[in-house]
Design a protein around this ligand. Sequence first.
Ligand SMILES: CC(C)(COP(=O)(O)OP(=O)(O)OC[C@H]1O[C@@H](n2cnc3c(N)ncnc32)[C@H](O)[C@@H]1OP(=O)(O)O)[C@@H](O)C(=O)NCCC(=O)NCCS
Length: 167
Amino acid sequence: MSVSIRRAGRRIPLAMVSIRPAKLFDIPEVVRIERASFNEEYPRGVFLAFLENNPSTFLVAEYGGRVIGYVMGYLRPDLEGHIMSIAVDPEYRGNGIGSALLTEVIERLINEGARYIGLEVRVSNETAIRLYESFGFRKIKRIIGYYSDGEDAYYMLLPAEEWGGRN
Ligand SMILES: CC(C)(COP(=O)(O)OP(=O)(O)OC[C@H]1O[C@@H](n2cnc3c(N)ncnc32)[C@H](O)[C@@H]1OP(=O)(O)O)[C@@H](O)C(=O)NCCC(=O)NCCS
């Protein structure tokens, strides 16, 4: 019998998770999840400014009164809806929460006029790349030394007209 560590986190029913726009009081929890998820951290002020400028596309996942994931999207003047950051509390990964956040932000950005959805991802982040590819994102280019530690990024794009939900 093979044992999977993939599903080792907490199992929770997705129906009990609500995806909603972030509020000011959510920022400490968002920062906690960001710190647990990335080596590079945005200063707290970045989250506050982002919320002020993009209140309908900065979303959180809430479960049992607790924030357990977030996604930050914004519409660029060139009509690319860009995903700036997405993360789920490590304890709750593998429950479909990342997919639910991504689905909701893509739909909101397209409703706001996005023609493409774009993002950058570390070339080593296979979990995220697989997630994005299952949504129809394609690698468009490799950006050499994109991250401050020197790692390259893939720039990935999903044309709005190809969006029909996750595969
Ligand atoms: C990427 C991330 C947001 C996904 O969140 P999640 O809630 O675990 O995502 P889901 O449960 O919806 O899983 C979506 C897909 O991701 C992949 N995946 C999720 N957890 C995984 C794991 N532990 N190992 C391997 N693949 C995994 C699978 O392809 C999965 O699809 P499936 O369940 O149909 O097989 C989460 O892993 C995370 O916060 N990572 C750290 C931050 C990060 O890398 N963000 C992206 C930066 S560009």
